[in-house]
Structures are given as C-alpha cells and as structure tokens.
Design a protein around this ligand. Sequence first.
Ligand SMILES: Cc1cc2nc3c(=O)[nH]c(=O)nc-3n(C[C@H](O)[C@H](O)[C@H](O)COP(=O)(O)OP(=O)(O)OC[C@H]3O[C@@H](n4cnc5c(N)ncnc54)[C@H](O)[C@@H]3O)c2cc1C
Length: 427
Amino acid sequence: MPQSPLHAGLPAGQPHPEWLALAAQGLFLEAAAVSRTTSNMPEICSRVCPQERLCEGACILNCRTEPVAIGAVERFINEFAFHHSTVEIARAPANGRRVAVIGSGPGGLSAADELAQLGYAVTVFESQLVPGGLLVNGIPAFKLEKSIVERRIELLTKAGVEFRLGVNVGRDLGLADLRREFDAVFLAVGAQQAKPLDVPGAGLAGVLPSLPFLIQKNVPAMAGEFPPIEVAGRRIVVLGGGDTAMDCLRTALRGGAQSAICLYRRDLANMPGSRKEYYNALEEGAQFEFLTNPLELVDNGQGAVSAVRCVRMALGEPDASGRRKPRPVAGSEFTVPADLILVAYGFDPVPFPAGSEFAQIATTEWGSLFVDNDQMTSVPGVFSGGDAVRGPSLVVHAVRDARKAVAGIHRFLSRPPVQTAAAQFRG
Ligand SMILES: Cc1cc2nc3c(=O)[nH]c(=O)nc-3n(C[C@H](O)[C@H](O)[C@H](O)COP(=O)(O)OP(=O)(O)OC[C@H]3O[C@@H](n4cnc5c(N)ncnc54)[C@H](O)[C@@H]3O)c2cc1C
C-alpha cells in the first residue's frame, strides 16, 4: 500500500491516520487501542513530542489551513482509555528468560513493557531513587505532570516488572554480575553529561548547568546535589537554544525571576529547540538575544557572576552539517547583567567507569554507543538505544529504539540452538 504523507512523517511508523479515523467516528477506546500498538507511552508522547516537526508537520492540511491537532487528539483518546480502565500490559506466559534493563527513562520503560509482553522476566536498574529518567527529572511538570509517568510505572510494576532503584550499573554492578542473573541486557542510560561552558569566568558562583537546576525545581526528592537555587527577583541568563534552554527560561519565570534572557549564537530559523516551546517561552515573558555569544562572565568582585560580556555573531557559509556557521562581528561587544547563568549547551553520554566491562563497548568520538541493525552493541547480548546511542534526542526516538532493540533481543535469544546465543552472552 502506498505510504501517505502523514505515515512518512512519523518516526515510529505509527498508525495515526487509522486511529484518527476511529476517533472521528467517536470510537475513542478503539482509537486508543490502535495508537498503543506502536507506542508504549502514547499518553506521554502526545504531551511532549514536537508534533509541529513530526506528525502535524506532515499533515496534508498544512498547505491549506492549520494541521489536524494530532497531539491533542492522541492525548484525549488515551486519557479516555485510562479513565475507562482499558489500559493494561498484556503479559505472555513466562518464557523462562530474564532481561536486565539499565535506566528507567522512556527507552528503559518501553523496553520493559515490550519484554514483559513477550513473557520475559524484566528487572530495571536505575541509579536514581526516583524512576522515569528525563521524563521526571528533566522535562518540567508544566509540560508533563509527574503523575502521568508514575501511572505508567505502576502499570509496569503490576505486569511484574521489577525496579531496583539506587543501583549504578558499571559502578555498583558489573557486566559479569548481570551475566550470572540475566540472558541479555538493554542499556538505556541516556546522555546526561552537560557540555561545558568554555569562557573565562565559567567557574564563578552563580554559573550552573541546566539539569541540576531543572531537577531541583522538578523533583524535590532529588534536589540534594546543589544548595537551593534561588530565582525569585533575580536576573537569569540562559545559554543555548534547545528545548532544555526553553525549559530553564520558563521554570525561572514561573519561580518569580525578574527577567529570563536566552543568548543563542545563531538566529531563530537555525535554533534547534521546538517552535512550540519557543513561543510558549516568549508568551511567558522570556527574552531572546539571537546571534549572540558569551565572551566572558564578569566577576562581581566577590567571586560571583554579575554580567555576561557578549559579542554579536553573523552567519557565514554552511558547515559540514549544512547549518550556517556563526562568526563574531568585530567591535560588537556588549554586556548583559545577570545574577544566575544556566548553561544549556546540550549533553553527551556519561562514560562508564574506566575498567568496567561496559567501558569496552565500542563508542563514537562523542561517547555514544555503536549499535547494529538490531540495536546490539559490540558486546553480544548487550543492546542499547535512546540518547545513549543517538545523543540528546526525543522521547519518541527512545521508544522506537527500545521496540527495535526488544525485537533484536527476542531474535538473539530465540536463535536455534537457543543455548548458543545465550552462551555467547554469558561468555
Ligand atoms: C530538559 C529537557 C527537556 C526535554 N524536553 C523534551 C520534550 O519536550 N520532548 C521530547 O520528546 N524530548 C525532550 N527531551 C529529550 C528526552 O527527554 C530524551 O530524548 C529522552 O528522555 C531519552 O530517553 P532515554 O531513555 O534514552 O534516556 P533518559 O531519559 O536520560 O533516561 C536514562 C536513565 O538511565 C539512568 N542511568 C544512567 N546511567 C545509569 C547507570 N550506570 N546505572 C543505572 N541507571 C543509569 C538515568 O538515571 C536515567 O534515569 C528533553 C530533554 C531534556 C534534558
């Protein structure tokens, strides 16, 4: 059957046209059931996906009028299904095999769901005491209420998925330990190591990475890493132009900041963050200085930041990635006063400790894990997906990778003779 433009715009091959047709007939439970066939968390994706770049961007009505509000419909039908208690994880009879999932973000939760449905015994290891990954500790509650994630985790627990929290795999538990207990491993450890700010003054008090700030404001139970970060009445400057930067701006303004200014080195057209998030931030009072780069953070004389010295940028020729490279404009320096700087320059995967068997997995020069077409890493039986493989990406991509990896794990463990594949993993 030829693909519709909408099908072509969907990253996980979702049957959106099919469930939209059911929803249009008022068959909401049936529509939700169809939407769940390709997503392990449609109630979450419908809230956080940048639909304007994905499904709504591919809607054929776009050339004529507004696109169908696909995200809003998906959210409604799935909440309707939860309200009518029709959402559950159908578990196949136990197949006698065990899989360890490392990380409880959207990648780990989706893999656990898929594996449980195939009859695997699943244990999710999570280094934090609160499960959910960036769904809980990165994405602010005003975009995704924490109760929505908790409800998903409860469903998994009911389906028999075990959660072992506060266990840092690689440090507290090695691959050899996992091999003794499990037949395969899915690494969904994300990419949460902040890219550094490399200008004079970066070490001043009042200069913070974005994620600990968001975690403190989002999850009081995890706020221990930094002393309370005060934003009320203060002038906040956010460096970077992605979704994390937009979340910092809005979180600061909602916390009573006097001002929240985003400094981004390219222009709006080249900003990586979702347009929806940009307009939301603008509406809430955020200010934007495009084509602006920090040169230095200014000391207030007592070791704390008081301003950012900036330079204007101009866009030059496209670089290897196709994006126009920004270059400084001579003589355009200016200063932006600031009491708190939040650095949102993106993330890299956190490397496993040197000496850990996990550190032997082949990686790219940015530290993301190499995988084959089945999402298997260079170590047989160890699979991966989501941000750990792609670098910072989207929830829907982590879900898609997890589903692909589980299909790969199932093939790996079902290959005849079964003992050979398992023996390969057990080494
Ligand atoms: C501030 C912010 C806002 C975002 N907003 C959006 C948005 O609006 N829409 C969207 O689609 N995407 C958004 N994203 C991106 C999205 O959250 C990620 O792409 C997605 O969460 C990646 O899922 P994951 O499962 O690969 O990793 P994560 O969600 O990062 O989960 C990884 C988990 O693994 C755990 N872990 C790591 N190492 C270990 C270890 N050694 N042992 C045990 N556990 C470990 C971590 O604690 C974490 O819980 C945002 C990201 C950020 C930072």
